[in-house]
Design a protein around this ligand. Structure first.
Ligand code: AMP
Ligand code: MN
Ligand code: MN
Length: 335
C-alpha cells in the first residue's frame, strides 16, 4: 500500500480519529464473512491496545465457522445504551451494509471512520480510508497496527490473517501481490495458524452444505459464457442447511472454464433475494451490483432485491448479459 497511487490516502486522519475516540462503536457488515469478523475483532484488539473500551457490533451473529477467533463472543447485535464519540465502519461499501446496528437517529452526528477495500465504496464517512488495492479490510488494519506500533500477538495476527485468507480464497485471487504474501508471512511468524484458518474459515462445511450445493448445481442454467442458479428457502429446509450462504455454489459456477460471469439467486426471509455475482479475470460484476444498490469487487459482488426469485432474475440477468457482451467486445478490441 506504500505506492505513489495511495499516498493521498487519509492515513493521518484515520490515525488521529483512532487516537481521539474514547468510546468507539465498531460496526461490520451484516451477513458477516471472514474479513468482516476478522477486521471487527482485530480493530477491537487494536483499540484495547490503545487503552479504549470499544463496542463491537454486527447485525447478524458470527458464523460458527469463525468461532476459533478470539473474543468472538464479545460481538453484540444490539447496540447497548451509552454514549459513543466515534463510529468505525469496517468492510462496508455503503452505510446500508451496516444494517440495523447503525441507528442513524442516534449515530449520524458522530464522526464516522470508513475503512474498506471495495471499489464501489460510496465514501460515506467523515474520514474514508478506502483502499481498493488492498486484498482485505484486515490488510488495511494491519497497516494501522504497524503505524501505531501495536504489538502483533497471536490473537491479533489470527484475526488479521483470517480476513486475508478468506477474501483471497487462500491466496488464489488475482489481487494477491508479493506484499500480501509478505504480510501473511509476518502474521504466520507472529503465531497465526494458517492451517486452522484455511480449514475452519474456508474449507470445512457441514454435510448439509454439500446437499444444498448438489441442489444448486442441479439447477444450473448456462447461456453462452453466463451461468446462474438459485437457492430457494425450501431447499434450506429440505437439506437442513442452517447457514445463509450459498454453500460455495457461485464459486463452483465461475470455476467452469467456459464461464465468464456467474450468479446465484438466493431466496431469503422477508420476501427478499440476495444475489451473489462472480467474474472471471478480465471481467467485472461490481458495476452491475452497484447499479442494483449493492456493491463489491470486480471479481465478486452482490446486491439484495425485494420481491420474488423470478422478479430478481428478470431484473438482473439482462444486466449481466449486457455487461458480458460489452466486456467481451472490449476485450476483442484490445487484441
Ligand atoms: P458474496 O457473494 O456474498 O460472497 O459477496 C461478494 C462481494 O459482494 C463481497 O465483497 C460483498 O461485500 C459484496 N456484497 C454482497 N452483497 C452485497 C450487498 N447487498 N451490498 C453491497 N455489497 C454486497
Ligand atoms: Mn466482507
Ligand atoms: Mn472484504
Amino acid at each position: 500500500m506504500k505506492t505513489s497511487k495511495t499516498t493521498s490516502l487519509p492515513w493521518n486522519e484515520a490515525l488521529r480519529a483512532l487516537q481521539q475516540g474514547r468510546s468507539p462503536l465498531v460496526i461490520t457488515h451484516r451477513s458477516p464473512d471472514g474479513d468482516a469478523v476478522g477486521s471487527l475483532l482485530a480493530m477491537g484488539l487494536l483499540l484495547k491496545a490503545l487503552g479504549r473500551r470499544p463496542t463491537l457490533a454486527c447485525q447478524d451473529p458470527v458464523p460458527t465457522r469463525f468461532h476459533y477467533l478470539p473474543h468472538h463472543q464479545e460481538v453484540v447485535s444490539e447496540v447497548p445504551e451509552g454514549s459513543f464519540d466515534l463510529v468505525i465502519s469496517l468492510d462496508c461499501s455503503d452505510r446500508e451494509r451496516m444494517g440495523q446496528v447503525y441507528d442513524a437517529d442516534r449515530l449520524a452526528s458522530l464522526p464516522l471512520l470508513n475503512i474498506d477495500h471495495h471499489v464501489t465504496n460510496l465514501n460515506f464517512g467523515t474520514v474514508n480510508l478506502v483502499v481498493p488495492t488492498a486484498a482485505s479490510t484486515t490488510q488495511i488494519i494491519y497497516e494501522l497496527v504497524q503505524r501505531l506500533s501495536v504489538p502483533l500477538d497471536v490473537p491479533l495476527a489470527t484475526c488479521l490473517l483470517t480476513g486475508l485468507v478468506t477474501d483471497t480464497l487462500a491466496f488464489r485471487t488475482a489481487n494477491v501481490t508479493p506484499q500480501v504474501m509478505e504480510i501473511a508471512l509476518r502474521l504466520i511468524r507472529a503465531g497465526a495458524s494458517l492451517y486452522t484458518i484455511v480449514q475452519r474459515g474456508l474449507v470445512e462445511q457441514p454435510l448439509s452444505a454439500l446437499r444444498l450445493l448438489a441442489v444448486g448445481l442441479s439447477r444450473m442454467q448456462v447461456e453462452g459464457h453466463l451461468a446462474w442458479s438459485e437457492v430457494r428457502l425450501a431447499d434450506r429446509e429440505a437439506t437442513g442447511y442452517q447457514g445463509d450462504s450459498d454453500a460455495g455454489l457461485v464459486g463452483r459456477l465461475i470455476s467452469a472454464e467456459e464461464i465468464r460471469i456467474a450468479a446465484v439467486f438466493k431466496e431469503v426471509k422477508d420476501g427478499r433475494v440476495e444475489i451473489s455475482m462472480r467474474a472471471a479475470p478480465g471481467y467485472d460484476v461490481s458495476g452491475v451490483a452497484l447499479r442494483l444498490g449493492g456493491g463489491g469487487h470486480p471479481a465478486a459482488a452482490g446486491c439484495t432485491l425485494n420481491g420474488s426469485l423470478e422478479a430478481a432474475k428478470a431484473r438482473v440477468l439482462p444486466l449481466l448479459r449486457a455487461a458480458l457482451a460489452e466486456q467481451e467486445d472490449g476485450r476483442h478490441s484490445e487484441h
